[in-house]
Structures are given as C-alpha cells and as structure tokens.
Design a binder for this molecule. Structure first.
Ligand code: SF4
Length: 134
C-alpha cells in the first residue's frame, strides 16, 4: 500500500468530517474508514482540533466514552467567504482624483485618509451584519 502523507490524510479526514454535516462522525468510525489505529487516529484528530478545524464532543456509545467530531469553519475563512468582488467595487480609491499621489508618507496617505477610513468602517459594519438598517 502506498504511503500517504500526513497532509493528505488530514485533508481526507477533514473532508469526511465536513461531509458528516451536523450529525458529525464518531472518531472510531473515522479511524476505521481511514485504516488508522487508535494511536495514529488520535494524533490526527488532535492535530485537526488544534488547528480549530474540528470540534470534539465527548459522547457515550455502547457504554464506552468516545468523541463525536464535527467540522468547524475557521473564523478567518468565514469572513473571507463573505467578501466578494461586489463588496469592493465601490472602494473610494478607484474614483479618487488623488490616487496618483496617494501613498504612505505622502500628503494623501491611505493610512490616515478619512474617506478610506469611513468606507472601511461602513464595510466592516455591513460584513458583520450591523449596517444600522435594522
Ligand atoms: S486612500 Fe484616500 S486619498 Fe488615497 S486614493 Fe484612497 S480615497 Fe484617495
């Protein structure tokens, strides 16, 4: 049997856990499907949990304690998924007459620009679902 890299194994395991949806998957079922023993399986699961990609929930099955694994989307990824091209089309810099002279340390500086700052604050409120329209 060809040796599978740890990254491939993690990817496959994560895919299985994600596909198990809100029900999740028992860790022993995951190990069995991946052909891992409990030592290898535990290490794999702990690595995924440490990365914040899965959640482990202690359960009792047939009188034995085990863990149910569920996929957790990382917060940074969640935010990234909410941003698409439509969200940045109205950035003020695209139509700003000072764009050519704007830069760090210049009179027009994106780090201190009140127009850009106001736009960023409005976008952040929209992305976080707090656009003041409620
Ligand atoms: S940061 Fe401000 S001044 Fe610079 S291009 Fe954008 S809107 Fe214009």
């Amino acid at each position: 049997m060809p040796k599978v890299s740890m990254e491939e194994l993690e990817k496959t395991a994560l895919e299985m856990i994600r596909n198990s949806g809100s029900t999740g998957i028992l860790q022993s079922d995951l190990w069995r499907r991946l052909g891992l023993d409990s030592r290898e399986g535990s290490r794999l699961v702990l690595r995924l949990a440490k990365k914040g990609l899965i959640r482990r929930e202690q359960v009792v099955v047939n009188g034995r304690r085990t863990y149910r694994l569920r996929y957790t989307r990382p917060p940074s990824l969640e935010l990234k998924l909410k941003v698409d091209i439509e969200d940045v089309l109205d950035i003020p810099c695209f139509t700003c007459p000072f764009l050519g002279q704007c830069g760090p340390g210049n009179f027009n500086d994106p780090r201190t620009c009140p127009i850009l700052q106001a736009w960023l604050e409005r976008k952040a409120r929209e992305l976080l679902g707090d656009d003041g329209k409620a």
